[in-house]
Design a protein around this ligand. Structure first.
Ligand SMILES: [Zn+2]
Length: 221
């Protein structure tokens, strides 16, 4: 388990897409972000790995979260394993998950725009912000944001040419503008971002400026 930022740990990356499975921790309470697919015998199950770590550190998994419905982030098998190993943990998913994935059979809650949770008094904020996909959820904790699969510094998304997955331009712009206002609206300082695949990590950032540059219609290079 590798520390990425304060309270943010990467349990591992899995499969061909190298999707991260993340753990957010405050005190003795924790949340999991992403249920990546894995190959038994090749990768250790993310849920088994989490069980080991939580037992070792005496942590309680309170929430099970996911940035969007794409199959490299939400594997039904991995989700079920988390549910079996952590039967008291609560899933909080954006409403759009209802139509796109097989859902947990208990302890599941849905939100539309925003959900505020807490790990021992520390806010853990879920913001619906569709850009890469319609269920995109930014996960904000201790001043760090998991940006899921958002492409940053550009309005372009990798699924723009796929009608089934593409997010309309005006919807993207609304999401970016909403995130650009986040810091001033909630008096909350965001200093770090990391992508779900652990391939983009930026600290000491100006988050509002980053969002503004993400309105750019061209590629970032
Ligand atoms: Zn992905």
């Amino acid at each position: 388990m590798k520390q990425w930022a304060e309270g943010v740990y990467l349990l591992g990356t899995f499969e061909f897409f190298q999707t991260g499975c993340w753990m957010l921790v405050n005190g003795k309470e924790a949340a999991i972000v992403e249920f990546p697919p894995y190959t038994p015998g090749f990768n250790e199950s993310p849920a088994d790995l989490t069980k080991k770590v939580t037992e070792e550190l005496g942590l309680t998994i309170k929430y099970l979260l996911c940035t969007h419905t794409h199959h490299d982030h939400y594997s039904t098998r991995t989700m079920r394993e988390f549910q079996n190993l952590f039967p008291d943990a609560e899933f909080y998913l954006q409403t759009g998950f209802k139509n796109e994935v097989r859902l947990p059979n208990k302890n599941v809650h849905f939100f539309d725009e925003q959900q505020v949770l807490f790990l021992e008094q520390e806010p853990l904020i879920l913001e619906h912000a569709p850009k890469h996909s319609m269920t995109d959820t930014m996960i904000i904790f201790k001043g760090s944001v998991c940006t899921g699969d958002w492409e940053l510094n550009t309005l372009i998304s990798c699924h723009d040419d796929k009608p089934r997955y593409a997010v309309k331009k005006d919807v993207k712009i609304r999401s970016i503008e909403k995130m650009a206002l986040f810091q001033s609206k909630y008096h909350y300082w965001i200093h770090t971002i990391y992508s779900a695949h652990a391939n983009d990590f930026r600290k000491d950032i100006d988050f509002t400026a980053l969002m503004q540059s993400t309105l750019s219609p061209s590629l970032p290079y």
